[in-house]
Design a protein around this ligand. Structure first.
Ligand code: GDP
Ligand code: MG
Length: 162
């Protein structure tokens, strides 16, 4: 049985883009419209010769209702299934109330969490990523899912906890 990594974060932070980057192919659906991934979607991924299961989720929002609530529940199920969680935050937008609510949910789960500040497309933006220390989850890893920047270092770190 491969170890399981769940990818969570609010809609539109770039979770599916990051999944595609990790897989090295375009399987996860990426859109400019928030919340396109409705369910948990599972993939088999590989890094440094080790296989793991990657679960993409639709996004978790504070005070979600209706369909959004069902999407949030799927994210919680993914966390339950996971050996470790990758929390993706939009480092350019910065910390939102939904990000803070996700952190509370993850603390209750007691799963190891790796914090990723996405959309750090160039060096100048790394200062934005450093602000994510404020979430209290330790060092935020700056990545650009679109350009691949920082993703190898992130995966090395993931493998240490998975
Ligand atoms: P999800 O809802 O969290 O799965 O987010 P998506 O992967 O669907 O991406 C939402 C939007 O953010 C899309 O327009 C992506 O192209 C954009 N995006 C994702 N990653 C990056 C990144 O590293 N840099 C920039 N500039 N945009 C990104
Ligand atoms: Mg998505």
């Amino acid at each position: 049985q491969d170890p399981v990594l769940a990818i969570v974060g609010r809609p539109n932070v770039g979770k599916s883009t990051l999944v595609n980057r990790i897989l090295g192919r375009r399987e996860a659906v990426v859109e400019d419209t928030p919340g396109v991934t409705r369910d948990r979607v599972q993939y088999t991924a590989e890094w440094n010769g080790r296989n793991f299961t990657l679960i993409d989720t639709g996004g978790w929002e504070r005070d979600a209702r209706g369909l959004d609530l069902r999407v949030a529940e799927q994210a919680e199920i993914a966390v339950e299934m996971a050996d470790a969680v990758l929390l993706v935050v939009d480092a350019i937008v910065g910390i939102t109330a939904s990000d803070e609510a996700i952190v509370r949910m993850l603390r209750k789960s007691k799963k190891p969490v790796i914090l990723v500040g996405n959309k750090i497309d160039d060096l100048v933006q790394e200062a934005d990523s450093a602000l994510l220390w404020g979430l209290g989850l330790g060092e935020p890893l700056p990545v650009s899912a679109v350009h691949g920047r920082g993703v190898a270092d992130m995966l090395d770190r993931v493998m240490e906890v998975l």
